[in-house]
Design a protein. Sequence first.
Lengths: 96, 161
Amino acid sequence: MKIATLCGMGFGTSMMLKLAVDDILKEEGITGHEVIPWDLGSFKGQQVDLVVAPTDMERHLKDSETKVVYIKNLVDEEEISEKVLTAIKELEGAQE
Amino acid sequence: MSKEDQGKPIGLLGALKENHLAVGCEASSWEDAVRLAGGILVENGVAEESYIKAMIDTIRDLGPYCVIAPGIAMPHARPEDHVLDTGFSLVTLKDPVDFGSQENDPVDIVIGFAAQDKNRHVQALREIAKLFIDRSFVEDVRSASSTGKLYDIIQSKRTQL
């Protein structure tokens, strides 16, 4: 699965999210996913399976056709873990 | 920064020195708060003066998503916005200010940073996430009464990571 973490510039907030998602997947022993930090501008038109973004980015992503998981607290591994793992399971379930 | 250090990953120890800290500052708006954090980067030769405006414009244009956790903002702009080095600053505010964040206002801890490229600051970002996940650490940062004490709090917590 291809997972994009998004922010306005692609190296600060989205990088922080990528590091958290990478750690969570590693802890869970889940492999085979690629997590890429992206900035909003160059992300448009890219094909990914899941988007992870800060809640305050919601207004930029309203029209997204890809599933988006919104994170309120970007240092809260529990929140990120619960939301991202649930979304991955849902998407994998839908593929079967 | 020496030539051979250029491009090497920089940890929090190298990126956030004691003179990159300020405690109990007064800010009457989020713009003021960003100016304080950005001002420290400029004073320490991390970025040029115009970087501060770029930090503020980024929030105006793209929204307050840099408010990463309750009470904590991490304003920054692009590497091409007159960045000279990779570095961080940390400012605590006497009275919190609103950034317009849906979930995480009001803010009284502002972590400014400038990145020369998309890689060199990543190790420091990782350390910040690991430090600020701990609520008692966040409270210790808030209540630090001097930059010396704040620096000690960060360093002692950092060695426990």
